[in-house]
Design a protein around this ligand. Structure first.
Ligand SMILES: *Cc1c(COP(=O)(O)O)cnc(C)c1O
Length: 377
């Protein structure tokens, strides 16, 4: 894969390594309200809707800002004030949904799942059967703080059977997983370009049922985060309200073509799965242990437990990796010390093998001789 002029590989769950072709349209200046850029916006929206098989049931609303702002805008704009949300909490991003609800005054019930575990469809089923006042379920598809994958298909089926609405935080999965709007029947899905779509940070996009968006008219107590008004303006004259991140939109346009050229989301998932398998196997040979059992592990980001060896210091590790051309972050989990290695982005098996060699050499440089973690997990 042709990546960059400087060899830097982002082994983090977003922003990710991108191909040179994706960066190319960022080398020029773009106006934001002329026909040329409006055509780019239209193409990007159409391509995103095609990836998720939106048909005519769902619409695409891009918004300036990062993923968290997109999630907040979606809840504020598209989840009614009198709604009650069920939020399974198993890490930082599901916690963030709960915090958004608290801040903006949406009623929610937190369902404690626990770090490193996935919410189960049966538990959601039970919660919905017990509490009939719950109107929405908010699910984080991949909790990137640990790398756990939620059983989205099963949960979507349960939510539909109960006649409730589903909100999906697909920020770390859209582009490499099946987000078919017809099959999953979600009401609202939020994602960004800078993870599995292998493009740039700077905007989010929401795919939502047309009726849900229409119903939000005049109800949103925020100007900047009003997804109804953003959508209406785009439908009316093709423009964004306020200045869009032009380069970011132009890069996403190319990245969506590269996704199609790769063979679509299923093919991209295969590459990420291969990256994960090689990463886990090669790290395992060195003695590293993953936090999560393979069955729950998404091919997005892998948490490895820190070596118990007292010579291991994350800051030094991160700096050593950066000198070798890799960016790597610790995880911010509360219980078990881990570091994370992402397998998403424009990277392949060869990059993963090189990264593991860099990890080994950085460990040796720090004087770490035993990579196994402390016994108790
Ligand atoms: C990255 C991420 C977000 C937030 O994205 P930001 O762009 O950092 O705000 C939300 N949810 C999940 C699951 C993520 O991985």
């Amino acid at each position: 894969m042709e990546q960059d002029i400087e060899t830097v590989r982002l082994l983090i769950p977003g922003p990710v390594t991108t191909q040179r072709a994706t960066k190319a349209p960022m080398m020029r200046d773009w106006g934001c309200w002329d026909a040329e850029f409006l055509a780019v916006t239209k193409r990007v929206r159409d391509k995103l809707m095609a990836v998720a098989n939106c048909g005519t049931s769902h619409v695409c609303i891009p918004l300036q800002g990062c993923g968290s702002i997109g999630v907040e805008a979606a809840i504020l704009s598209l989840v009614p004030k009198d709604a009650k949300m069920l939020v399974p909490v198993n890490g930082i991003y599901s916690n963030r949904i709960a915090e958004i609800c608290t801040r903006i005054g949406r009623t929610y019930v937190a369902m404690t799942v626990g770090e490193g575990h996935a919410p189960e469809a049966e538990a959601v089923d039970k919660a919905l059967a017990t509490d009939r006042s719950i109107t929405h379920v908010a699910i984080v598809h991949c909790e990137s703080s640990t790398g756990v994958l939620s059983p989205l298909g099963e949960i979507a089926a349960v939510v539909r059977r109960h006649g409730r609405k589903l909100l999906v935080d697909a920020v770390s999965t859209f582009g490499a997983f099946d987000h078919d709007a017809q099959r999953l029947g979600y009401d609202i899905l939020v994602s960004t370009p800078n993870k599995c779509l292998e493009a740039m940070p700077g905007l989010s996009f929401t795919l939502a049922r047309r009726e849900t968006v229409e119903a939000a008219k005049g109800t949103v107590p925020s100007l900047g985060l009003d997804l109804h008004d953003q959508w209406k303006q785009m439908e009316t004259n093709g423009q964004w309200r306020y200045t869009p991140p032009t380069q970011v939109v132009a890069a996403l346009d190319v990245a969506l073509d590269l996704l199609a050229a790769e063979g679509g989301t299923a093919k991209r998932l295969q590459r990420y799965e291969r990256n994960r398998d090689v990463l886990v196997a090669e790290m395992g040979k060195l003695g590293f242990v993953t936090l999560i059992p393979p069955a729950r592990q998404a091919p997005v980001v892998i948490s490895f437990r820190d070596p118990a060896d007292p010579h291991f210091k994350f800051v030094e590790f991160g700096l050593g990796m950066r000198r070798r051309g890799y960016v790597i972050y610790p995880s911010r989990l509360t219980r078990i010390p881990t570091f994370r290695v992402a397998c998403i982005g424009a990277i392949d098996e060869a990059d993963i093998r090189n990264a593991v060699r860099a990890i080994d050499s950085t460990m040796k440089e720090m004087g770490v001789t035993d990579y196994t973690p402390a016994q108790a997990a």
